[in-house]
Design a protein around this ligand. Structure first.
Ligand code: 6PG
Length: 470
């Protein structure tokens, strides 16, 4: 009797890996797991119930030999050197045409390097961003695969079955060659940083200016989640305000240290945007705020040295209404910047990204899923060459009707000493991007003055230099 061969293999049986493989099995595919940790292997076998459906081994040879060809092996291991060492350990056991899928948050140039290296050996390599956290992996994540289009056909039925569904449509699509999938996931995370920063500073504003209690914050964010701000992050924010603390009589949110950690994907988005010359200030400031938050001891010392205005009272209902408008405005700016980065990076790296398709697979399953993404999908589907969301006619009214609230709150925050860096940067981005003339003619004059760097003119073609000190 020949041994049973399984449809799908997965290396790395941590929470994400275990949940993903169980999701694969729930969708009618047989799956085999592998991990060096025997306890994790046993836990999966036990949870899987039927070993003909889900099985696992610590032994890489047993694992590889248990998979049907071309083998489809997903890695859900921490990004970095571990990915390379898992690839090296699998390589001697694989056959040509087998497929390795890296489901972690790998840096996109690492994916390019691995893809080229494995291509020489006849192995297909995919970088596939997986978003949605542990729950998403179990019940339906958004998946962003990039790699060989031909090889994707082998993976497609499994990914489409396990992914989240938006009105029945799977939240996964082939995105492009090489590292397209990891790149898109990186920018997804940059947008995620922006949205998180915005939701948290609006909380600060509501608390300091409107004196909203945690219960009122819970109600406000849950009401917002019923409207145009409906999104995963607004939804979980509302739940966070309702969480009681186990260790004290208070609410948990008030007991959490205000130092935000980061694993690097937001910073990479920002760094790469700088490299490509694409402005993403709302993402940049979200990264900087995590860095400022880490300086807790210094902030505490500085807080003692400087006075800060006592925030002037704001009528609660008016504040909540304006905050909703401003948050909606700023969310649009964060998505607009991320989409703009994808559009330009696609040209630079030859990804041939379909932005409508990307917005579409972000509508469910991922961390940045939001009602707004349905509108963004439509905007890019009707105008695939759209350079920036702000240029879409369908967004003009949404932005025009909310920008005044952003202006009012940014100025209130500035006068009253409440930092609103994400919102301010969103507004600056909007005002600058929609200005036909900016004062950077003066910068050109200065450059030419001190360094003969030359300038262009508005009234005629050519490159000019002036001897300013004559
Ligand atoms: C997702 C998330 C996830 C990311 C965490 C933590 O889409 O499921 O983006 O991939 O790892 O959000 O990121 P930071 O530790 O950098 O905040």
């Amino acid at each position: 009797m020949t041994a049973q061969l399984y449809d799908f293999g997965l290396v790395g049986l941590g929470v994400m890996g275990r949940n993903f493989i169980l999701n694969v099995a729930d969708n009618g595919f047989t799956a085999f797991g592998n991990d060096l940790d025997e306890a994790k292997v046993n836990a999966l076998i036990e949870e899987g119930g039927d070993p003909n459906r889900v099985n696992a081994s610590v032994d890489a040879t047993v694992f590889v030999n248990s998979l049907s060809k071309p083998r489809k092996i997903m890695l859900l291991v921490p990004a970095g050197k571990i990915v390379d060492s898992v690839i090296e350990s699998l390589l001697p056991l694989l056959d040509e045409e087998d497929i390795i899928i890296d489901g972690g948050n790998s840096f996109f140039t690492d994916t390019d390097r691995r893809e080229a290296y494995l291509k020489e050996k006849g192995i297909n390599f995919f970088g596939a961003g997986v978003s949605g956290g542990a729950k998403g992996a179990r019940l339906g994540p958004s998946i962003m695969p990039g790699g060989s289009k031909a090889a994707y056909q082998h993976v497609k039925p499994i990914f489409e079955a396990v992914s989240a569904k938006y009105k029945g449509e799977p939240c996964v699509a082939y995105l492009g060659p090489k590292s397209a999938g990891n790149y898109v996931k990186m920018v997804h995370n940059g947008i995620e940083y922006g949205l998180m920063q915005l939701t948290s500073e609006i909380y600060d504003l509501l608390k300091k200016a409107g004196k909203l209690s945690n219960e009122e914050l819970h109600k406000t964010y849950s009401e917002w989640n019923q409207g145009r701000l409906q999104s995963f992050l607004v939804e979980i924010t509302s739940e966070i305000f309702a969480q009681k603390d186990d260790l004290t009589d208070g609410d948990l949110v008030d007991m959490i240290l205000d130092k935000a950690k980061q694993k690097g994907t937001g910073k990479w988005t920002s760094q790469n945007a700088m490299d490509l010359g694409i402005p993403v200030p709302t993402i940049d400031i979200a990264v900087s705020m995590r860095e400022i938050s880490a300086l807790k001891a210094e902030r505490t010392k500085a807080d003692e040295r400087y006075d800060r205005p006592e925030p002037e009272a704001f009528i609660k209902s008016a504040l909540v209404e304006k905050a909703e408008q401003a948050l909606y405005f700023a969310f649009i700016m964060a998505y607009a910047q991320g989409m703009h980065q994808l559009a330009d990076a696609s040209k630079e790296y030859g990804y041939e990204l379909d932005l409508g398709e990307i917005a579409k697979i972000w509508r469910a399953g991922c961390i940045i899923r939001a009602a707004l993404l349905a509108d963004i999908t439509e905007a890019y589907q009707s105008e695939p060459e759209l350079q920036n969301l702000l240029l879409s006619k369908s967004f003009v009214e949404k932005v025009q009707s909310t920008v005044d609230a952003a202006r009012e709150l940014v100025s209130y925050g500035a006068v009253n000493g409440i930092p609103l860096p994400g919102l301010s940067n969103a507004l600056i981005y909007f005002d600058a991007y929609t200005s036909q003339r900016l004062p950077l003619n003066l910068i050109q004059a200065q450059r030419d003055y001190f360094g003969s760097h030359t300038y262009e003119r508005i009234d005629r073609e050519g490159i000019f230099h002036t001897d300013w000190q004559e």
